[in-house]
Ligand binder design. Structure first.
Ligand SMILES: NC(=O)c1ccc[n+]([C@@H]2O[C@H](COP(=O)([O-])OP(=O)(O)OC[C@H]3O[C@@H](n4cnc5c(N)ncnc54)[C@H](O)[C@@H]3O)[C@@H](O)[C@H]2O)c1
Length: 95
């Protein structure tokens, strides 16, 4: 299962559209700081959260058995320091 960060942004929403067409399973996270829910059709697996909210992100990783993360949010540097403390490394969450 794939997690897309920044899913309602330009890149994220196009990825979601592509995955819908290809019937690839995914969930997404966005804090809606630069976008709108209405940018994506499939809202059932959309979580409104900030990527730095580790409790929330880790609960999504566990619940949906995420093995791949595609980062399409745009303030990676500010979140990186916090995320370093987890088992996330670059774009892959390795269980
Ligand atoms: N659009 C392009 O042509 C392009 C080209 C090359 C690289 N990129 C890179 O791809 C990434 C995404 O670009 P985009 O054009 O889709 O940007 P965008 O602004 O359209 O989308 C970014 C999304 O991230 C969300 N976001 C921002 N901070 C967040 C946070 N802390 N937690 C959760 N969500 C957060 C925003 O609400 C937004 O929906 C950026 O890093 C950008 O530099 C984009």
């Amino acid at each position: 299962m794939i997690l897309i960060t920044g899913i309602t942004g330009y890149i994220g929403s196009h990825l979601a559209l592509y995955f819908d067409k290809k019937k690839i399973s995914y969930v997404g996270v966005d804090n809606l700081s630069y976008s709108y829910k209405s940018n994506i059709n499939n809202k059932k697996n959309l979580f409104i959260a900030d990527i730095s909210n580790l409790k929330k992100i880790e609960s999504i990783l566990e619940k949906y058995n995420i093995n791949t993360i595609i980062h399409a949010h745009h303030n990676w540097d500010s979140a990186k320091k916090k995320l370093k403390k987890t088992t996330m490394d670059h774009n892959i969450y390795d269980k």
